[in-house]
Unconditional design. Structure first.
Lengths: 284, 463
């Protein structure tokens, strides 16, 4: 780390070597992994600092949400769809990763503005800030999953097979996909602050347009298959549901295609971020 | 990279882009007008640095001075790599630590201890290195009792001390300091200076941006003066500071000249009758500070003005230096002349010239007139000049205002200019009071002093 920074400092920073700079910057990110790690830890610690239950809220939040959904969908408006029981558990398989996705985007879109002090005063790659938002929310997601897991086991929905190996793949695809959008949004929000408000509404629409609180195999969903297939999060949600809830994973081709597209999207998002990088310290 | 140079800037320019109108261009309009990329281009540019070249030898302490907005901080940020130059090259050898804003990365909700770790990592230390230096950092910041409290509970001084302690313990080869010594109490400032001195002994390079000229003179091996983003002078700190001070005085002169012209114009616009003549009170000139009739009115504002019958009019006033050149800034001990040009409508036989000097607090430092000095008037006609010359201006540093008047011996005012003229006195000594009597110290032989501070300037770290 120290040696890394030394090397960095002795490079003459000129603007003229623009072309390979993006690759250099990506590699530089690796040297900052220990900072990313500490910032993620700080984010998680600071989130509930000052509250009585502290870090316990990370578990309590999804648990309470699960209780509310269970009550609503078994007692208030009971959903008896065949093969999707208990319904609250089914929904939870999609809601938890969605929360990771949605909170990552809304947090990272404001991350450069919130961290403006750092960008202006400390030598420090700015992309760390949106990435930390995404990673901190990933940790939150995984911890929330720990709450879901006993219920899945109790209701015998979880199938212990090699298909579970798709889970880390799905997480990885979502990570790249989310990071791509996070970089893009973070960079643009610096210049267009209205993105943050726009984003909240888009995310709401997106949530309902994704088969999360309704199963994708319903007839009225299948009728719009083309539209649903065009929604990247459909494939993530369906993959999670298949891995955790339904059993055999049949959606992996879509998942891998999305993975490949996400890598391209990430490079595109990083390119935009890199292009706008020099403006951050001046505009923020 | 040559071994002798720690920092090298060659023809560095930095043009800041101003994104004007950005507030109005929303994403929607950008998308609708397909102007997304065009809007991200700057509309206006502002040169913060123009063709700046300088190099700092390894192990030396280099001071950067200049007015606010002269590009000092931009230069520092470019050396630190936080901002990129628009053109030109920057080379920095070794690890850089920038004391630009202390504790910039602190998170208020978590403890000082955790913040030290994160800040340290941000500045390029490893966890292990921070562990090793942790006690030292906390001791330096004098925060051992509070290190586990959240940073939001810290006072701003504690916050700065911790930030400084972390940054200084990064153990950089090149330390960049931007006016951070202003924080902290006297004791902590001394500690910081000691730490800098230790850096010098260990042959580290320090780039110091500051407004404290005495610090530059005392501490730096070389200095650079930036103005409007351009290098005005560099080299020997005493010479550079001197050149800078001269330029500051020049612009002060301009400001004072403008302010005086404005004050005279404003006061003269009022009809002469607007002011009560107060013959009895004014009879005992020199003018007393309690001249305005309403003592509760704002002393300074209310007392400025001009009144009188204008039978004899003061048409022009100038401060002159020893060579007879008009000036507004003088140094203690120099000579100062106040020259007033007056015009008598009709020849008069009863006239007194008066002058009063007031300091910024409104205290009358000196006042006199020709009547008090027992000059009996005979005749004044046409355009005439009266000059009041002070051989040695023995006043302490500060801004002074002047009363000038022509009146009859009974106090009836022809033309009274109250506090309309301003001059400034500069002094190398920070002595206080109203008046500096010509003086010297003498001692018995067993009292010894060091050489004057100017000889410290040439000191170089010897490692």
């Amino acid at each position: 780390m120290a040696g890394g920074l030394r090397l960095l400092a002795s490079e003459p920073h000129t603007l003229h070597s623009r072309a390979p700079a993006m690759v250099q910057n990506l590699v530089r990110l690796l040297r900052y992994r220990s900072l990313i790690q500490s910032l993620v830890a700080r984010d998680l610690k600071a989130r509930y600092r000052g509250s009585v239950l502290g870090f316990f809220w990370t578990f309590l939040n999804p648990l309470l949400l699960l209780v509310v959904y269970s009550f609503v969908f078994t007692t208030v408006i009971p959903n008896q769809t065949e093969g999707v029981q208990p319904y609250a558990l089914f929904m939870f398989c999609g809601i938890l990763p969605w929360n990771w996705f949605a909170s990552s985007l809304s947090e990272s879109s404001g991350s450069l503005i919130a961290g403006g002090n750092l960008i202006k005063k400390v030598l420090f790659p700015a992309e760390i800030l949106p990435l930390v938002s995404v990673l901190a929310n990933l940790v939150n997601y995984l911890l929330g999953l720990l709450i879901l897991l006993p219920w899945l086991v109790y209701y015998r929905r979880l199938h212990w097979s090699a298909d579970l190996l798709w889970f880390p793949v799905t997480v990885a695809v979502q990570l790249v996909f989310t990071a791509a959008l996070a970089l893009f949004l973070a960079a643009l929000t610096v210049h267009f602050r209205d993105i943050r408000d726009l984003l909240a509404n888009i995310l709401m629409l997106w949530f309902f347009a994704t088969p999360i609180i309704y199963p994708w195999f319903q007839d009225n969903v299948r009728r719009f298959k083309l539209l649903f297939d065009a929604n990247p999060f459909t494939h993530l949600a369906v993959s999670y549901q298949e891995i955790l809830f339904f059993g055999p994973v049949g959606h992996w081709k879509w998942l891998l295609a999305l993975g490949a597209a996400s890598v391209l999207l990430f490079l595109g998002g990083y390119w935009v971020f890199d292009r706008l990088r020099d403006s951050f310290a001046e505009v923020v | 990279m040559s071994g002798a140079r720690a920092i090298e800037l060659a023809h560095v320019s930095k043009i800041y882009r101003r994104y004007t109108g950005r507030q109005f261009s929303t994403l929607k309009s950008a998308l609708l007008q397909r102007s997304l990329l065009r809007d991200l281009r700057p509309d206006q540019t502002f040169p913060a640095l123009v063709d700046v070249s300088f190099s700092v030898p390894r192990g030396s302490t280099y001071g950067v001075i200049g007015r606010n907005g002269s590009g000092k901080s931009t230069a520092l940020k470019i050396v630190a790599g936080i901002t990129k130059p628009t053109s030109g090259t920057v080379r920095v050898a070794g690890r850089v630590s920038a004391l630009i804003e202390l504790g910039a990365g602190f998170h208020p909700e978590i403890s000082g201890r955790e913040n030290v770790y994160i800040n340290g990592i941000m500045l390029g230390l490893t966890k292990r290195q921070i562990q090793e230096r942790f006690d030292e950092i906390v001791a330096f910041a004098e925060l051992s009792e509070f290190i586990d409290a959240p940073v939001k509970t810290y006072s701003s001084g504690m916050y700065m001390r911790l930030g400084f302690a972390v940054a200084i313990h990064v153990d950089p080869d090149v330390l960049l300091v931007d006016e951070v010594l202003a924080v902290g109490d006297e004791g902590f400032t001394h500690k910081c200076l000691d730490k800098f001195a230790e850096f010098r002994r260990r042959n580290k390079t320090i780039l110091l941006v500051t407004h404290s000229l005495s610090l530059v003179e005392r501490f730096c091996d070389e200095a650079l003066w930036l103005d409007g983003g351009r290098v005005q002078a560099h080299g020997d700190p005493k010479r550079v500071v001197g050149a800078y001070l001269t330029s500051v005085e020049q612009s002060e002169e301009q400001q004072l000249a403008q302010a005086t012209a404005r004050a005279v114009a404003e006061a003269s616009r009022e009809p002469p009758a607007a002011r009560p003549a107060e013959p009895n009170e004014a009879a005992s000139s020199p003018p007393a500070p309690d001249q305005p009739p309403d003592p509760t009115a704002d002393l300074f504002k209310a007392s400025e003005g001009r009144w009188g019958s204008r039978e004899v009019e003061i048409v022009d006033v100038a401060f002159l230096d020893a060579e007879g050149r008009p000036a507004f800034v003088f140094h203690t001990g120099e000579s100062l002349s106040v020259r007033m040009r007056v015009k008598a409508q009709q020849p008069v036989e009863d006239f007194v010239f008066g002058i009063g000097l007031f300091n910024a607090d409104g205290v009358c430092c000196y006042g006199t007139n020709t009547d008090l000095e027992e000059m009996t008037p005979r005749r004044l006609s046409g355009t005439a000049e009266a000059t009041f010359r002070i051989e040695r201006l023995d006043l302490v540093e500060g801004t002074y205002k002047v009363d000038l008047a022509v009146h009859k011996r009974d106090g009836y005012p022809y033309d009274y200019h109250r506090l309309l003229y301003t001059f400034r006195v500069k002094s190398r000594t920070r002595d206080v009071g109203i008046y500096r009597p010509p003086h010297r110290w003498s001692f018995s032989p067993n009292v010894e002093f060091d050489e004057p501070q100017s000889s410290v300037t040439g000191r170089r770290s010897s490692v």
